[in-house]
Design a protein around this ligand. Structure first.
Ligand SMILES: [Zn+2]
Ligand SMILES: [Zn+2]
Length: 326
């Protein structure tokens, strides 16, 4: 896809304003396969550094991205003394946002930590506590953070983000507002990432409001509606873990195509009504892979989403290592 560039000439002042976000999928699945767990890099088109949205899989995803040409700016000369993979990991990931403490969202961060540069990890209070008390505790793993028990190696500064308060995200040139999500009696979160031109919504794992007996998604949709009306929301990444027909008690706080479509219908109400979500890019993440022969769960979920899509949204399934612009 071509980069969208706009030349702005304002009263003799001219500058290149580059509109949009650059997203690279480092891992797209919801558990099971340890080389391909949820993580997406996002950066503002005008910037060089990325924010990592979750960190289930990092280094194997970067390797896939290099293979697929998703980091065309990175050469061996630029990367030296690191490998291109090491350079992207250490230098181009500026900071991390972790949606919740489940292992499929943090495994890459933990396992890569001995080789990482000093960075900030942004997360809600509950997730910061999980990282500190259950992972970086000298039992599960050495303490590479700046808090918690025992010697603090200090690679990661754990920064608590409060719900619905804007934070500047490291030196990525992005800011974010975090909203809480319900994930079967567990607190997950979404991050609304913004630069000067627009916004992009990243959802951690979430159940539907109806099944979670929650208003958390409704609160998010109310916040996104006006951005859609103003054409400022460039897209979103949201989970659809299971196909339709999975028993409610086996959803474990996740969405199906039918549940996501119902939630998006609620978003449509707040976005200007019928037709207002037409062509909105919605990236489907966190599909639970099937280990059964001949069962292509990605294809099944895509088909079920397309079939019920009277909203006209643009459902996208990204592959590991793939890059897209929004
Ligand atoms: Zn998950
Ligand atoms: Zn989870």
């Amino acid at each position: 896809m071509m980069k969208k560039m706009l030349a702005l000439c304002l009263g003799g002042y001219s500058a290149w304003a580059i509109a949009g976000f650059d997203v690279v999928a480092l891992g797209v699945e919801g558990g099971v396969s340890d080389g391909n767990l949820t993580s997406y890099l996002i950066r503002s088109d005008g910037q060089t550094q990325y924010l990592a949205l979750d960190a289930g899989t990092l280094l194997p995803g970067i390797a896939k991205g290099l293979e697929k040409g998703s980091f065309p700016q990175v050469t061996s000369e630029l990367a030296a003394p690191y490998t291109p993979q090491g350079y992207i990991f250490r230098k181009l990931i500026d900071s991390y946002f972790i949606s919740h403490g489940h292992l499929d969202h943090v495994a890459g961060l933990i396992i890569g930590s001995p080789e990482d540069d000093k960075k900030t990890v942004y997360a809600q209070a509950d997730t910061v506590l999980t990282l500190r008390n259950h992972y970086f505790n000298w039992k599960a793993w050495p303490n590479f953070t700046d808090a918690g028990n025992g010697a603090r190696l200090g690679t990661y500064r754990l920064q608590t983000v409060r719900p619905q308060q804007r934070v500047t995200l490291g030196l990525s040139g992005l800011s974010g507002v975090m909203y809480l999500l319900s994930h079967e009696n567990y607190s997950s979160s979404m991050l609304l990432v913004s630069d000067r031109e627009g916004s992009f919504a990243y959802f951690g794992d979430t159940g539907s409001d109806a099944l979670e007996k929650s208003r958390n998604l409704d609160t998010v949709w109310r916040a996104l509606g006006p951005l859609i009306e103003q054409k400022k929301l460039k897209g979103m990444i949201i989970e659809t873990s299971y196909p339709n027909g999975v028993d409610e008690k086996h959803l474990y706080g996740h969405l199906t195509p039918a549940l996501l479509l119902k939630e998006l219908k609620n978003l449509q109400q707040y976005s200007g009504g019928e037709g207002s979500l037409k062509d909105l890019p919605v990236v489907i993440s966190h599909i639970k892979p099937s280990l059964k022969q001949g069962e292509d769960v990605r294809a099944i979920i895509k088909q079920q989403l397309d079939q019920g899509n009277d909203l006209g949204v643009k459902f996208i399934l990204m592959e590991q290592g793939e890059r897209q612009q929004f």
